[in-house]
Design a protein around this ligand. Structure first.
Ligand code: PEP
Ligand code: MG
Length: 325
């Protein structure tokens, strides 16, 4: 089986009827980059930068961050690398920052909200990213955006840092794509309002499902509500892809769902462009997509949106898989 999968390492990700997608890896530290390459990743679809900030006594300096980003970009040799700005808060704490206790941390000041409230912290990371940009194919992504003002403010700060670096004589790539995660229902529902202001979306289903179902993603007692293939989730995904298509932008997914064999055929059919997952599932996903007909799954996915619940969607998808492609 291992040898069988290894045959897919250097192949493109193409459906049986010739529809091309990109399979990328999620990484959380620098060692993961080699693993991504060994497993045939066509890019990094999500670099969770939290690890640079966690398990230490002080904030990482701009120089430390710059070295890490440069390392990843160089190692990927021009393949796309999506680096997400700091997503701290929620379940991830930083003891040295002395953040106020919140009664609902997942609904509180996490991720970009925290960065906009602590601008120096944010600007330091953005400068490190901008300085590293010339070493590869960098895409910067903002997490946890609920309303358009947050995106515009983050972009304004990024542009300000870019101009000041250039003025100081630094070299900054002029082709950095800017994207945002779609992981809050408001952003999914109003994706058309965001699409003109980004180069891409990446759907964070881990949070999108928890916020849509109002079911904590860590809480076992409500895990039965955590339903990736529920029509409500599929419809949100479709809305995001449709809004992006209207503006000629691409859509990725970096939540667990992107590597879930129960969901992959439907996601392909919905028109997802990039699937980002833990390195270990890339090859089996590439093999699966290679055996699927995009044309057929386009219509299967459309039908799935009309079904009564996750159970119906999953048995329908299973039937289609068994009945052919
Ligand atoms: C997500 O929410 O789906 C996601 C990829 O982000 P994280 O799991 O880091 O919250
Ligand atoms: Mg998330």
């Amino acid at each position: 089986r291992k040898a069988e999968l290894a045959a897919w390492v250097n192949k493109p990700s193409v459906s049986e009827d010739g529809h091309r997608v990109e399979l990328a890896a999620n990484i959380g530290n620098l060692e993961d980059v080699q693993k991504a390459l060994d497993n045939g990743a066509e890019g990094i679809g999500l670099f969770r930068t939290e690890f640079l900030y966690m398990g230490r006594a002080t904030l990482p300096t701009e120089e430390e961050q710059f070295q890490s980003y440069k390392y990843v970009l160089e190692k990927m040799e021009g393949k796309p690398v999506v680096i997400r700005t700091l997503d701290i808060g929620g379940d991830k704490e930083l003891p040295y920052m002395d953040l106020p206790k919140e009664s609902n941390p997942f609904l509180g000041q996490r991720a970009l909200r925290l960065c906009l409230a602590n601008e120096e912290l944010f600007r330091t990371q953005l400068r490190a990213l901008l300085r590293a940009s010339r070493f590869g194919n960098l895409k910067i992504m903002f997490p946890m955006i609920a309303v358009r003002e947050e995106l515009l403010e983050a972009k304004r700060i990024l542009e300000e840092e870019k101009q000041s670096l250039i003025q100081a004589g630094a070299e900054v790539s002029d082709s950095i794509e800017i994207g945002m995660m779609i992981e809050i229902p408001s952003a999914a529902i109003s994706a058309d309002l965001f699409a003109p202001h980004v180069d891409f979306f990446s759907i964070g289903t881990n949070d999108l499902i928890q916020y849509t179902m109002a079911a904590d993603r860590m809480n076992e007692t409500v895990s039965y509500l955590y339903q990736p293939s529920h029509p409500s989730i599929l419809r949100l995904i479709r809305m995001v892809i449709e809004a992006a298509r209207q503006e000629g932008k691409w859509v990725g997914m970096c939540g667990e769902m992107a590597g879930d064999p129960n969901a992959v055929p439907l996601l392909l059919g919905l028109g997802l462009h990039e699937f980002s997952m833990s390195a270990g599932t890339i090859l089996q996903t590439r093999e699966m997509i290679g055996n699927l007909s995009y044309a057929k799954w386009q219509s299967h996915a459309k039908h799935a949106l009309t079904l009564g619940g996750q159970r119906e969607v999953q048995s329908y998808a299973q039937e289609q898989l068994q009945g052919g492609k």
